[in-house]
Ligand binder design. Structure first.
Ligand code: B12
Ligand code: SF4
Length: 504
């Protein structure tokens, strides 16, 4: 029995080195642990050489120039290419299908984020056109949010797993291995079709004991090309309910904590495997000071102090006591969602439960303690005016982040932003979910500002961020190269690969 995990490309369209997918590593390790005689593999199409006609992105030379002068033209060229492959019958899908069939899997398990869903549909239909026997299983955040819609819209798919997928996938593998269908209705969260009718097992599966899970497999697929570092979680889920985010829906508002001893055991394994940069994926790592203190103590007493960590925090969890605790940790940067510059957007529109004063005092403190920071901003929020966007723009020099990123708000499924978009007549389905990237001001503008104005502000914002970023990059590259000269080679390799994609 062979299970082939698949990820369709997304970030590679923008030339960003993708990270190794933690959830696929975990699912693979779980299956190997539970099922005898199983072969598990991973085809990561983020590493596909995407053929890009010069008419779509400009010549190689202009691209290099754009890359150096301003990020904006590059981002727009990439967005245009992304849109064209979803509408023009691009040959990349047939190539993916061939690559999958060449591996002769019994089950193809595809990871689904909303922005990938149009490509997932194209790919599943192609697999089915060419092969009747392979079972196709879908899982991931989009399926957790829209399982019924997906199984209804995708005739080619056999199973959709809503929510916690480890045990459900294990059971599907056993059923397919033993060719028996008797238990399907007993599987919580599993959607399937029988005799043309769709069915679902009872309810959504709950998270299982996370301390009992095997550690994620870190070596599936094309390991050499991934962005340096590995992801790890110490908790799953989020207790807040921000209007643009679906994290709280995915875990139904609950937060599941992993014991710090178990986290440390996995970190030891990562250290022994040669990983140094660790990114903690928790929605809010700083949720509990008590847990953070324990984490820092255990890292330092377990010979792990050479590891470098980055993590996400809410600005309202940053205070001097927390910063004293994490001062004993080797931190590359702390990520924070700044999002907007006015209390109206933060509180009324986003339901962030923070004020702009909280953001400013958090950054002042982080800067005072000399932590490097990564700030995330959003433009195009529901009902946002041009003055409110300006206020967000003006926050950047006030808080002085080390790095930043700006997105156009997108109405993701099951969020309040989606409800707002629908009221404005913007309804997205599987055929156009690809439009929901955070990079395009023209596809899903929820603000009061005209598309062209939003585009202009977005462009200015990107330039401002790029300036900060360049300063930061020079500093951190020098630091990295001094500590690991081999990295410069792998960086150059990645950049050469990226520019080659643009050659005719
Ligand atoms: C960490 C994280 C990232 C990391 C990924 C780290 C990594 N390399 O693994 C980074 C920063 C790279 C990232 C990027 C993006 N992310 Co993100 N991310 C998260 C976060 C915070 C945690 C995800 C996680 O790893 N959880 C731990 C794993 C074990 O649990 P899980 O993801 O729930 O997975 C379970 C099931 O979903 C399922 N499953 C997952 N994959 C698969 C695959 C198969 C085949 C099957 C059967 C099942 C299955 O099984 C798992 C075990 O039960 C979530 C928020 C959240 N709390 O869920 C957002 C979240 C998933 N991200 C989101 C988004 C939008 C993105 C981006 C599109 C952002 C962007 N504009 O670029 C990209 C897309 C990345 C991609 N396609 O490759 C959205 C997804 C919403 C949606 N409707 O699609 C979320 C929910 C946050 C939000 N804004 O609402 N992300
Ligand atoms: S934005 Fe952050 S704090 Fe808000 S709901 Fe999402 S994960 Fe939670």
């Amino acid at each position: 029995m062979k299970v082939l995990f698949v990820r369709t490309p997304m970030r590679s369209f923008w030339g960003t080195a993708p990270g190794y997918p933690l959830s696929i590593g975990l699912l693979a390790a779980y299956l190997r642990d539970k099922v005898e005689d199983i072969e598990v593999d991973f085809l990561d199409f983020e590493f596909m050489d995407l053929y890009r006609p010069s008419s779509e992105g400009g010549s190689r030379l202009s691209l290099v120039k754009n890359y150096l002068v301003s990020e904006y033209p590059r981002v727009m060229a990439c967005q245009k290419y992304w849109e064209s492959v979803h509408t023009d019958g691009s040959p990349i899908w047939a190539k993916m299908c061939r690559d999958i069939l060449e591996q002769s899997p019994d089950i193809v398990a595809i990871q689904c984020y909303t922005v990938n869903m149009t490509s997932v549909k194209i790919l599943c239909d192609l697999i089915r056109e060419n092969n009747d026997d392979i079972k196709i299983v879908l899982g991931g955040p989009h399926i957790t949010l829209r399982a019924e819609e997906t199984i209804t819209a995708l005739g080619s798919v056999d199973y959709c797993i809503e929510g916690e997928a480890l045990e459900a996938l294990h059971q599907i593998v056993l059923i397919e291995k033993n060719k028996s269908y008797k238990n399907l209705m007993d599987l919580p969260g599993v959607w399937f079709k029988k005799n043309g009718q769709r069915h679902s097992g009872q309810g959504q599966a709950c998270r299982i004991d996370i301390d009992a899970l095997p550690f994620a497999d870190r070596f599936l697929g094309n390991v050499a090309g991934y962005a340096p570092g590995q992801h790890i979680f110490t908790s799953l889920g989020c207790a807040w309910k921000c209007a643009y985010c679906s994290a709280h829906r995915i875990n139904r508002g609950k937060v599941f904590f992993r014991s710090m001893e178990n986290v440390i055991a996995e970190l030891r394994q990562l250290q022994s495997q040669g990983f140094k940069n660790i990114r903690i994926t928790d929605d809010t790592f700083t949720y509990s000071k008590k847990r953070v203190r324990k984490f820092v103590e255990l890292v330092n007493s377990s010979g792990l102090s050479d590891l470098e960590f980055s993590f996400g925090a809410r600005v309202d969890t940053i205070d001097p006591e927390l910063l004293e605790i994490i001062s004993d940790l080797n931190i590359s940067y702390v990520s924070l969602g700044v999002e907007a510059g006015t209390n109206r957007i933060l509180e009324t529109v986003m339901n962030k439960k923070i004020k702009i004063a909280d953001t400013i005092s958090a950054f002042d403190l982080l800067n005072q303690y000399k932590f490097r920071t990564m700030a995330f901003f959003m433009l195009g929020n529901p009902g946002e005016t041009i003055e409110e966007m300006r206020a967000t723009y003006d926050v950047v020099p006030r808080i002085k982040p080390s790095q930043g990123a700006v997105s156009i708000a997108s109405p993701l499924p099951e969020t309040d932003y989606e409800a707002y978009a629908r009221k404005k007549g913007m309804v997205f389905t599987i055929d156009d979910y690809y439009k929901l990237t955070n990079f395009n001001p023209f596809n899903h503008n929820l603000s009061e500002v005209k598309d062209d104005d939003l585009d202009r502000i977005y462009r200015k914002f990107k330039d401002r961020i790029l300036k900060i970023q360049n300063k930061y990059r020079i500093k951190s590259w020098s630091r990295l190269i001094l500590s690991n000269p081999g990295l410069i080679l792998s960086f150059l390799e990645r950049k050469i690969k990226f520019f080659k994609m643009f050659r005719k």
